[in-house]
Design a protein. Structure first.
Length: 271
């Protein structure tokens, strides 16, 4: 993989673990973190060098120099803002301090398309705005890493894949608003492929969106998704909501990426 032979992954969960196992299969030395000691066993069984890291309570007895001594680093710490978590920036600030002044060949920070307002039009990487507390926090988080040499922010759309079938989201609900709203999704497999590709490129843009090319409406997609699981389809009312369409094509034009899943409806069979 280019001149990169070792990679650190901060946060080895739903996305980070399959990314790590893919990189191991490519012959790279992969180091990764989990908060709980019991979770490290699974990483080690997959050939990953595992480290405990709880940014809420950093253990000063652990020597983290080895963890951060890699050619590249991928930071994948979901903010949990919609669940009411409030320490995201504090945790990332602590992480930046632990990283020190190490010179990485690539820094990839996983962010989200939650930084975009609903403008009722397609939005590109330049359209991010701090329109509320959540988007402001997300942009502040990106800013902690955006100025590092060789950094790249990757903004994921809604994630679909194993254990994340969208058919359960609105199933059985009635009087649901926003049938007109565009669906912006990306499959786990495409997220892994995109990050792996960016790790091989000596030069890339500072920010990329990841979003499937097709954007069915909620009214179309979530009915089909629920029926795909044999669940009761949601019933939408006539109340519309502001919408947005995430343009995820810059990464295709810039580094030759090709989505496996260009249509969210076709993702349903790969969940």
């Amino acid at each position: 993989m280019s001149s990169i032979s070792s990679i650190t992954i901060i946060g080895c969960g739903w996305f980070g673990l399959p990314l790590a196992t893919k990189l191991v299969s490519l012959g790279l030395n992969v180091k990764a973190t989990k908060r709980k000691l019991d979770d490290l066993v699974l990483l080690r069984e997959a050939g990953i060098e595992a480290f405990p890291l709880d940014l809420e309570h950093i253990d000063d007895t652990i020597d983290y120099l080895s963890l951060f001594d890699s050619d590249a680093i991928v930071i994948n710490l979901p903010p949990g803002l919609r669940r009411g978590e409030s320490h995201h920036i504090d945790h990332l600030t602590s992480l930046r301090k632990l990283m020190g002044t190490h010179d990485y060949k690539r820094v990839i920070f996983i962010s989200t398309t939650g930084v975009y307002p609903s403008l009722d039009r397609p939005v590109t990487e330049q359209d991010a705005q701090a329109v509320d507390n959540i988007s402001a926090t997300l942009l502040q988080a990106e800013g902690l890493f955006a100025q590092l040499p060789n950094s790249c922010i990757v903004r994921f759309s809604g994630l679909v894949g194993p254990k994340r079938h969208p058919g359960r989201f609105f199933a059985g609900k009635t009087d649901v608003s926003g049938a007109n709203v565009a669906v912006n999704l990306v499959h786990l497999d495409d997220c892994i492929r995109a990050v792996c590709l960016l790790l091989t490129r000596p030069h890339c843009q500072p920010i990329y969106n990841l979003a499937a090319k097709e954007h069915p409406t909620r009214g179309e997609f979530y009915v089909a998704a629920a029926e795909h699981l044999g669940l009761t389809a949601p019933v939408f009312n006539q109340q519309g909501q502001p919408s947005k369409i995430i343009d995820g094509q810059l990464i295709c034009a810039d580094v030759g990426f090709r989505y496996l899943y260009s249509d969210p409806l076709k993702m349903l069979n790969a969940c």
